[in-house]
Write a protein that binds this ligand. Structure first.
Ligand SMILES: Cc1cc2nc3c(=O)[nH]c(=O)nc-3n(C[C@H](O)[C@H](O)[C@H](O)COP(=O)(O)OP(=O)(O)OC[C@H]3O[C@@H](n4cnc5c(N)ncnc54)[C@H](O)[C@@H]3O)c2cc1C
Length: 190
């Protein structure tokens, strides 16, 4: 069992009207609510369980550009920019730290694949580099064996899945969003 998810105290009263209703208090819905509230838009977020009770608290927490498909690059580079500002935006500890992400390779073919990827990523200026020998070993202290090559992206990071979305939810509430836990949407109508 993983660490407990930070709790978010639910609001209690559903307003008669609002600007936007967000369904689901995972990372997508909660960050949307935070963004809307930050722009002064009235928002109510309805979550059937508690905030981050599903996949958003169960992932491994990597915030990774390394190895992404070329089609994902513009979005993931922007996503990392949001993560870097997350503690300031939420005024709390999302657990984000820019620790870098390292892929290790076993063969010349792996190294060629890493080099192609680093070339593709060059216009995005994310610092991707191919590492070997002592430089690679220094990136993985305590490793039980050595590897011939690696792809390192120093601008990648990780966050704490059990803290990040609750941090966003708390910030959204402080900016005026209403967050209703244990509130399942069973239908929608005009
Ligand atoms: C720190 C962090 C790092 C991550 N790193 C990676 C990564 O490296 N690679 C990767 O692929 N992904 C990553 N992810 C993404 C993650 O694994 C999932 O893709 C993501 O959490 C899904 O978010 P979601 O909001 O779409 O869904 P969910 O977390 O599943 O949230 C949906 C919510 O909607 C609620 N809900 C559903 N139906 C209703 C209803 N009818 N009424 C009310 N509520 C409802 C559910 O209870 C749930 O809480 C990361 C996420 C985080 C937080």
């Amino acid at each position: 069992m993983g660490p407990y998810v930070d709790s978010v105290i639910s609001d209690e009263v559903m307003p008669a009207a609002t600007g936007v209703v967000v369904i689901g208090g995972g990372i997508i819905g909660t960050f949307a609510a935070l963004t809307l509230a930050g722009r002064g838009i009235q928002v109510v977020l309805c979550e059937k369980g508690y905030i981050a009770c599903e996949q958003s608290s169960r992932n491994w927490g990597w915030c990774r550009q390394a190895g992404r498909d070329v089609r994902e690059m513009p979005l993931i580079v922007q996503s990392l920019q949001l993560w870097r500002d997350m503690n300031v935006v939420t005024e709390s500890d999302s657990g984000f730290r820019q620790c870098g992400v390292l892929y290790v390779g076993e063969s010349d073919a792996d190294e060629a694949r890493f080099a192609d990827w680093a070339q593709m990523a060059k216009p995005y200026d994310i610092g991707a580099l191919i590492v070997h020998g002592a430089e690679l070993a220094a990136l993985m202290p305590g490793a039980s064996r050595a590897y011939p090559c690696g792809l390192f992206v120093p601008t990648d990071g990780c966050a704490e899945p059990q803290r990040a979305v609750p941090a966003m939810a708390g910030a959204a509430q402080r900016k005026g969003a209403i967050i209703l836990a244990h509130c399942a949407l069973r239908g929608a109508w005009n």
